[in-house]
Design a protein around this ligand. Structure first.
Ligand code: SF4
Length: 341
């Protein structure tokens, strides 16, 4: 699949290229300036051509910047949606615009596909907070307690787990466990939130998201105004969630805005998401204290272009680790499908 003899270098920005993508720019122009567009568009155009050539699909997390989210993604969503679409995709190649554990999850579910991540240093403070050895020690300490693990973890940690969950389905997954005590890993704030929604006893870990833990209840109170709806992600600390009108995953927050006829929204999550939603819901006014995820921001259009051009970096997961991790992820997807049925 060498591209040595193809002519897919980004074209120079000119009026012809601008006219070709005029509709797309109209859609994103509130968030991307004309000067930025002149830089982004040649890459958007080249990446779209490379996607066809490689039979590739681009999956983008809700925290990706607007030029990726609206410019090149075939599938956008939260971790759960990306995991499901990775499993269902018939493409040969998956480009994961998100962080490393998401690309690993795609590989776990699609072992025969080539999975690319544009920057293999795109990590996650939650995924780095726990190891497989930690999970084995917890099992020894709480024998018989099932291990429910947030998808924001390495493949090795997933392989030691009974079932995975996302912030969208964490309560349902915990409730589905046939045990009174559940080990819930690794996000202590998501765990504390889930504990308020279930009668089960949760054993928690000291992990946290470096983006969401920076929000405070005092910050939300200082931004409160009449008519403002406050939506917060459950990775935030409890004093933030107490101030929120709605607590949910990125997908749940999007659904609440779509269904809720909200005029003004304070979005307490990674702030690229507010940019993307402002494009999707132009009649809604968004306020957001801007906490960006430095790992998500590592993914850029030039890196996506190079990944598809060079077919690298490729994400690999040890076959035995992948087999055991797949069982935990698949069990989560099965719980979700049973509920949807
Ligand atoms: S926003 Fe938080 S949980 Fe998500 S990738 Fe960044 S550090 Fe990890």
């Amino acid at each position: 699949m060498s591209l040595a003899h193809t002519n897919l270098a980004p074209r120079a920005f000119d009026s012809e290229l601008a006219a070709q993508y005029a509709d797309l720019y109209t859609r994103v122009s509130d968030r991307i300036t004309p000067d930025e567009w002149a830089v982004h568009l040649p890459y958007i155009d080249a990446i779209r051509s490379l996607k066809s050539l490689r039979r590739a699909v681009v999956l983008a997390h809700n925290y990706q910047s607007p030029e990726i989210f609206h410019g090149i993604a075939d599938v956008c969503g939260d971790s759960l949606a990306l995991a499901q679409r990775a499993a269902d995709s018939s493409a040969d190649v998956i480009v994961l615009c998100g962080v490393h554990f998401m690309a690993e999850t795609a590989k776990i579910l699609s072992p025969d596909k080539t999975v690319l991540i544009p920057d293999s240093d795109a990590g996650c403070s939650l995924a780095e907070s726990i190891t497989a050895a930690d999970v084995r020690l917890l099992r020894q300490r709480y024998p018989g307690a099932p291990v429910v693990t947030y998808v924001n973890t390495s493949a090795e940690v997933k392989a030691e787990s009974d079932v995975c969950c996302t912030s969208a389905n964490a309560v349902h997954v915990v409730e589905s466990m046939d045990a009174d005590t559940v080990i819930f890993l690794p996000d202590k704030y998501l765990g504390k939130y889930v504990a308020t929604q279930t009668r089960k006893r949760l054993i928690l870990w000291e992990g946290s998201c470096e983006v969401h833990e920076r929000f405070t209840g005092a910050e939300i109170r200082s931004l409160r105004e009449p008519g403002l709806s406050v939506l917060a992600h459950p990775e935030c600390p409890p004093d933030v969630l107490e101030e929120a009108d709605f607590v949910g995953s990125t997908a749940a927050m999007t659904g609440a805005i779509r269904d809720g006829k909200m005029d003004r929204v304070l979005l307490i999550t990674e702030c690229s998401m507010a940019d993307n939603l402002a494009i999707e819901f132009p009649s809604v006014s968004f306020t957001r204290p801007c906490n960006l995820c430095p790992h998500m921001q590592r993914i850029t259009l030039p890196k996506v272009y190079r990944a598809l051009r060079d077919m690298a970096p490729v994400v690999e997961v040890d076959a035995e680790v992948a087999r055991r991790a797949r069982r935990a992820v698949q069990r989560m997807l099965d719980i979700g499908r049973r509920e949807a049925a």
